[in-house]
Design a protein around this ligand. Sequence first.
Ligand code: HSE
Length: 453
Amino acid sequence: MSNSIKLAILGLGTVGTGVINLINDNLDELKRRSGRDIIITEVGTRRQRDDIDPDIMQNSDLMAIAASDNVDIVIEVIGGTTLAKDVIMHAIKNGKHVVTANKALLAEHGNEIFAFAEANNVHVAYEAAVAGGIPIIKVMREALAANKINWLAGIINGTGNFIMTEMRDKGRPFADVLSEAQELGYAEADPTFDVEGIDAAHKLALLASIAFGIPLQFDKVYCEGITGITLQDVNYAEELGYRIKHLGFAVRRDSGGSNGDDAGIELRVHPTLIPQDALLANVNGVKNAVLVNSHPLGQTLYCGDGAGAGATASAVMADVMDLVRVLGSKDNDDQSNSNQNNHGHHVPHLAFIPEQLSDTPILRAEQMITGYYLRVHAFDNPGVLADITRILSDAGINIDAILQKPAHKLGQVPVIILTLPVVESQMNLAIEKIEKLNTITDKVVRIRLDELA
Ligand code: HSE
């Protein structure tokens, strides 16, 4: 076997440990597929670990590892957006290829990082940053390269999907399921990122850039998490034939429609009612799934474990294998120095040639179009329902279904209304008017409903 590819792993948490285990388990497969020995030469860890092979150098100085002559590929799995950024930029400056699972870093600083990598003739690979073990980055960047993407919708946070599934199927309390997700290594270091939708928004920003050839614009992703979802709403939705999933949507709206809607791209992450028989409605537990609608291919679905050591390590090592090929064979190395890589086959970081990225606007929340689930609490008086439906009809909002439960002891009735798609600004006005009715007892609960998925 030809000379070795030398890896450094920065961070020995769930993912770093998963990568070491994967290499130990599948070394023969990796060698047979790449034609090279793949060895870990250095690991970055704050404290010395006695469970690490003594041939691997342990170092707490990550900047030194990023510049080490004994490293070809730097795997960054420390997370965060400060030290991780410094280390990655240093590795790039020193001519190292980088593999990272860090969606927060790329969503927020990816434009700068990718440009710096291009300028230094190295690659930053990030399959593990989106949807865990599902090879969605490779699919979007390579397999769908001939298609125009119309929209994509996905369950892209494993922790959130795990929580929603356990709440619905077993009636378990939110906090209890979140603790289990943390124990299983699914959750982010700060689980607020999972439950408030921030992690999904990071991933959606990456997917949307690849899908539409736009720069990364995490700050323009509309983001809602799952913390406000109650079992009551989960059950009402089920009663009406829908399921609540936490989804990310990236939707191209090419031209203004009859609703007076605007052209641009919708980037939104939020709990969503989808029909119970929709494909995504049946993706449960820690599974992620991304549904892509493209022309001329049509609809394709990609599904698998979205978090956890094995799934993420699988994606990290797929990137390493790609980079091993970029680094070339031993013969190439002998004929030239290590900067003469096989870059001819390199796909641009965001799939489109950087100079060709488009300035298509990202739509504001008020411009977005979805259906709605509304839960309105009203006194059990004659004419209340008529008042609510009149406000909706005056706003041009079409009611698709309505469910009124019997008044409980306080004489209040929960009224559940499902609407057809409407521009959000219209719905905001209607809700404002409903909340002003003196027969309404609480704020209106609203959850988006989308039949796309
Ligand atoms: N916390 C993330 C999730 C890990 O639950 O999906 C994978 O990105």
